[in-house]
Every structure is written in structure tokens, then in C-alpha cells.
Design a protein around this ligand. Structure first.
Ligand code: SAM
Length: 284
């Protein structure tokens, strides 16, 4: 069965009594050019999040050694039993990607090997799934995901742009994000309210030098962006319980303008600034 044929997919879903759950971001891809472009160049071990009717899963199964797909909605079971019949290298894990220990899953299923992540993410949770996944540092080489266009812009944004924020810093801290292509909303059933885009993030190997405690570092970054219109010294001094002048001096010591706003700082600027305070044992 061709899973990009709208009437065939509708017939399949209704035959199994499946009803789309809007809160789960269930918009299934029916544009035939998208899955091959997402899967291009991916082989070996693959983790997918959200199988839907299996359109991307089947594409990935063609070139992968093994595909593990985490899907929250067990009512898709009978649909996937039909569409993935014969895909012996696919295993479905029923569960919530926001609660899954991806590191343990990859260890268990791929015996210590690396995996690539490829998914058409549910928009409601896309940013959270990506952040949680990167911060857990599972052995993943790349993340190729469809997200809503606005999230794709935030992930790939550079300093000094409107979209640059915590998600951009998280993404650039862990890897090199790129916008691959945009996907119009009409590529899905049902049609969502926003357009999508596919991003690819090649994940850096090993720990990023200069940050000993990543959790504290990201709390610091979040504090810095908490009042993005104000000078960075305001929210940072409040978060650290120190005075504004010390923060301004630290900024100067890092070669950053004392009146800078958070969106002007690159990841390396944040790391240098963080270390100025980290050495003083601040509490955040
Ligand atoms: N891959 C399919 C496609 O491209 O047509 C489906 C994509 S659809 C946008 C998102 C899928 O993620 C749905 O199947 C939905 O049930 C599933 N999903 C939603 N929230 C999830 C979560 N927290 N954990 C795992 N899967 C989830």
C-alpha cells in the first residue's frame, strides 16, 4: 500500500477504527517527496519518534540495519501491524518519548552502538523532545526531524536574530544545526495550522570543553534569556544574587559589551561568561 495516497490512508485508518488524536500532534505525512529526502544518507541504527501509519518508518527500514520507533498511541497497533508487515528490522516501543530513557534504549537495542534519530515530531512536544534528547547525551550521531517552521527557525537561528534563544543555544551547544527544507502544511492529513520544516543537527562527539556542569550552564543561559529585551546584566545579576556591576565587569572581562542583551551572545560567549561566575561558586 502506498502510504502517501490520501484515500488509501483514510481507508486504512477507518478500516482499523483509528481516530486522529489532535492533542498528540497526529498529522500524518502524505507528500511523497518528503520521507525519501528525510531518510537520504541514513543507514545503520535508527531511532524514530512517532510512527503514525508508518510512512517514514517504512522509508527508514529500506536502508537501515534496524529501526526502533517510540510511539505513544497504542491504538495505532493494528494499523502498523498491517503497514509494517515484512519490515523485520523494525521494532515498535510503545511509550512516551518525553519519558523514555533514550540512552538506555539505544544501549539495550543497539548494544552500545551509535544511532541516528529521524522523525516527523508531534509539533506540540517537538522542542521539548529535542532538548531533552540532547541534554541526556545518548550516543546519537545526528538528528533529522520535521518540526513546525517557527521551531526550525529557533533551532537554527544565529546570534543577533529575533529567533535566537535558549533552543538555539542548546542546539549549537550539542551540534551543528541546519535547515534542510520547508514542508507546506498541505503535506499532511489532517492539515495542521502551521507549515513545517526539516532540520538536521550533526551531534558533536564528546563533551563540549569548558562546561563541567551542563545543567547549571543551561540554567544560567535560561536566566540570561528570561528578560530578553533588557540588558543581560539585569536578569543575570538577579539569578546569581550578585550586583549588576560585577556582571558588567565579567562581561567586559570576556570582551562582551557591558550593555549586551542575551541574544547577542554566541555559545562560546555564554561559556566564557558562565565560567567567570562558575569559578566563584555562584548558586543558580
Ligand atoms: N511518522 C508519522 C508520519 O510522518 O506520518 C507520524 C507523525 S505525527 C506528526 C507524530 C506521531 O507522534 C504520532 O503518531 C503521535 O501519536 C506520536 N506521538 C505524539 N506524542 C508522542 C510522544 N510523547 N511520544 C511518542 N510518540 C508521540
Amino acid at each position: 500500500m502506498i502510504l502517501t495516497n490520501v484515500s488509501a490512508v483514510k481507508e486504512l485508518l477507518s478500516r482499523h477504527g483509528f481516530k486522529f488524536a489532535k492533542p498528540l500532534g497526529q498529522n500524518f505525512l502524505v507528500n511523497p517527496s518528503v520521507c525519501p529526502r528525510m531518510a537520504r544518507g541514513l543507514s545503520g541504527n535508527i531511532v524514530e519518534i512517532g510512527a503514525g501509519a508508518g510512512v517514514l518508518t517504512r522509508e527508514l527500514a529500506n536502508t537501515a540495519e534496524k529501526v526502533i520507533v517510540v510511539e505513544i498511541d497504542e491504538t495505532l497497533g493494528p494499523v502498523l501491524a498491517e503497514t509494517l508487515a515484512g519490515c523485520d528490522n523494525v521494532e515498535i516501543i510503545w511509550g512516551d518519548a518525553l519519558k523514555t530513557d533514550l540512552r538506555a534504549l539505544i544501549e539495550e537495542k543497539f548494544g552500545g552502538g551509535e544511532a541516528a534519530v529521524c522523525a516527523n515530531l508531534p509539533y506540540y512536544a517537538a522542542a521539548r523532545i529535542i532538548t531533552r534528547m540532547l541534554e541526556a547525551r545518548p550516543p546519537i550521531s545526528s538528528v533529522t526531524v520535521m518540526v513546525q517552521e517557527e521551531v526550525a527557525q529557533r533551532i537554527t537561528a544565529l546570534p543577533n536574530s529575533k529567533q535566537y534563544g535558549v533552543l538555539s543555544v542548546v542546539s549549537r551547544f550539542y551540534g551543528n544545526p541546519k535547515l534542510l527544507f520547508k514542508v507546506p502544511r498541505g503535506s499532511f492529513i489532517p492539515i495542521p495550522n502551521v507549515d513545517g520544516a526539516v532540520i538536521r543537527l550533526d551531534v558533536y562527539r564528546g563533551k563540549r570543553p569548558g562546561v563541567t556542569d551542563e545543567k547549571r550552564f543551561f540554567r544560567f543561559v535560561k536566566a540570561a534569556f528570561s528578560e530578553r529585551r533588557k540588558q543581560l546584566a539585569n536578569p543575570v545579576s538577579r539569578a546569581l544574587g550578585t550586583d549588576k556591576e560585577s556582571v558588567k565587569r565579567a562581561l567586559g572581562g570576556c570582551g562582551i559589551n557591558a550593555s549586551a542583551r542575551a541574544q547577542e551572545l554566541s555559545v562560546d560567549d555564554f561559556i566564557r561568561l558562565y565560567n567567570k561566575f562558575e569559578n566563584n561558586q555562584f548558586t543558580i
